[in-house]
Design a protein around this ligand. Structure first.
Ligand SMILES: CC(C)(COP(=O)(O)OP(=O)(O)OC[C@H]1O[C@@H](n2cnc3c(N)ncnc32)[C@H](O)[C@@H]1OP(=O)(O)O)[C@@H](O)C(=O)NCCC(=O)NCCS
Length: 217
């Protein structure tokens, strides 16, 4: 399966991606915050594609412009859930691409796909203590804090860490997306000259008040 967003293409990983994967996954700023060690060679990256990134619902995040992978995103059967048949969202993106909202863009697409399943009511996501960047991604998507676990063994790095777990329900995701779409529409109306700056400011204020009332960022 593949997915398209404004700027991205999500598609299954292929062994030929090993060189691109190595460029970003060998950076010590990427794997360790997520609990895995930097890749050591292109052969190591190829092995990870074969053994880890070939899992179901795991996608290479590619720029539409050139189709090359810059990160990874996936839905995994859950370690974090309180029980039941639920997914956990995981992601990373190469450092040169941080701060452009690309991970939330990819994640929204995947969450839409997951929640299209009538049986999927909740999705989980976790980050280690101090990973503020990942926490921000979760907040943008509408996840809310659920619990903290201390003394987690990060086996691949031989460390003990504290982890925070957040939860997103289908109902909340729909609400957050609705507000986001309305905001996008208002921006388009202003850009097209369909509404004046004063009309935009008033509608924007009203929308923000509504969002605050619903606890949506
Ligand atoms: C966490 C991560 C996926 C965020 O991806 P992204 O596409 O940059 O997401 P966003 O553009 O929404 O940025 C999220 C936050 O990162 C921070 N950030 C952005 N650019 C940054 C930069 N160049 N340097 C440091 N922090 C930065 C900001 O706090 C930003 O929040 P803001 O938009 O409210 O300012 C990415 O930083 C990453 O891959 N980190 C390493 C792996 C990892 O931690 N994975 C998650 C494991 S739980």
């Amino acid at each position: 399966m593949t997915f398209c967003t404004d700027r991205l293409l999500l598609r299954p990983w292929r062994e030929e991606d090993a060189e691109d994967l190595f460029v970003y996954a060998s950076d010590p700023a990427v794997g360790p915050p997520a609990g895995w060690p930097p890749h050591e060679s292109i052969a190591h990256s190829r092995e990870i594609i074969r053994t880890v990134l070939s899992a179901p619902e795991t996608y290479a995040v590619c720029l539409k412009a050139d189709g090359r992978p810059i990160g990874s995103i996936g839905l995994h059967r859950n370690d974090l859930a309180e029980g039941g048949d639920e997914y956990e969202l995981g992601y990373w993106i190469g450092k040169p691409f941080w701060g452009q909202g690309l991970t939330p863009e990819a994640a929204r697409e995947l969450l839409c796909h997951a929640f299209a399943d009538p049986g999927m009511a909740r999705i989980w996501c976790g980050h280690y203590d101090g990973n503020v960047k990942s926490r921000r991604v979760m907040e943008k998507l509408g996840f809310t804090f659920h619990h903290t676990t201390e003394g987690l063994e990060v086996s691949q790095l031989g460390e003990i860490r504290t982890g925070h777990v957040l939860l997103l329900t289908k109902e909340r995701f729909k609400k957050v997306e609705l507000f986001r779409q309305q905001k996008k529409l208002l921006d388009t109306f202003l850009q097209n000259g369909a509404i004046s700056q004063a009309q935009y400011d008033k509608s924007h204020r009203d929308l923000r008040a509504l969002m605050e009332m619903h606890g949506v960022e």
